[in-house]
Design a protein around this ligand. Structure first.
Ligand code: FE2
Length: 237
């Protein structure tokens, strides 16, 4: 009996040590992504370095560990899937002991039903990344070649199927337009992004909606009309 109690105490102790190690690793991960985000905002790191750096960070852990980091079960309970488009839920890292209260990157989960989408849009003055948590998606990205008054010239760069663990990234310079449609839902995407990454930019951070099914103008380029949020959701949400 004494031996059994001693063994149980040892298991509890080992399990507490395991949790401490996990919490410490997650806190360090948050601090590392915070530092990368600040470096990009303050131009110590070029936007071109964001893609590989954040992809490595997002693929460092098993998905089950990412679920624990973001408290995915709670997010799932708190989120109502909308009839059109995707719901956005902020992630609360306060359950990770020592997690910084203020982070230089935005952290959220997009959730959508089957057939619904994060509609096609580009970004100004921002770097961003998606990690598929659950569901099967068609993910598309485009390079933003030229901004015109009523159109944006784009060229397709990614058009692929993405399942859990799939990652894509974007910056002002590369793969700037993205569009994720949940083919088998519910679909959940972990998103991190950094706003205002170009000091003194006159372009406010935010979405630029466009219709990628525009005019084929040759050389792999599309003349995509700029459209409204409402039209983007009517067409693709
Ligand atoms: Fe976006």
């Amino acid at each position: 009996m004494v031996q059994t109690l001693t063994s149980l105490a040892a298991i509890r102790w080992l399990s507490a040590c395991g949790q401490d190690a996990f919490d410490s690793e997650m806190r360090d991960w948050l601090l590392e992504l915070d530092a990368l985000s600040l470096d990009i905002k303050e131009t110590r790191t070029p936007q071109s370095d964001w893609h590989a750096a954040v992809e490595e960070m997002l693929s460092r852990f098993e998905l089950s560990e990412v679920f624990e980091l973001i408290d995915f079960e709670q997010i799932r309970k708190d989120t109502t899937l909308p009839d059109n488009g995707a719901a956005k839920t902020k992630i609360d890292f306060s359950h990770i002991p020592g997690a910084p209260a203020d982070l230089a990157f935005v952290h959220q989960v997009f959730a959508m039903d089957s057939g619904r989408a994060v509609v096609p849009h580009g970004h100004n003055n921002m770097v961003s990344a998606f990690l598929v948590l659950e569901g099967k998606f068609t993910g598309r990205h485009y390079d933003r070649v030229e901004d015109q008054e009523d159109h944006i010239i784009i060229t397709p760069t990614i058009d692929d199927a993405f399942g859990p663990g799939g990652i894509t990234t974007l910056s002002d310079d590369q793969d700037n337009v993205h569009w994720f449609r949940a083919d088998e839902g519910p679909g959940y995407l972990f998103n991190v992004h950094v706003r205002d990454v170009v000091p003194d930019s006159e372009l406010s951070t935010g979405r630029v909606y466009l219709d990628p099914n525009g005019e084929d103008i040759g050389n792999g380029m599309i003349r995509a009309p700029r459209i409204s949020y409402a039209d983007a959701h009517a067409l693709y949400g």
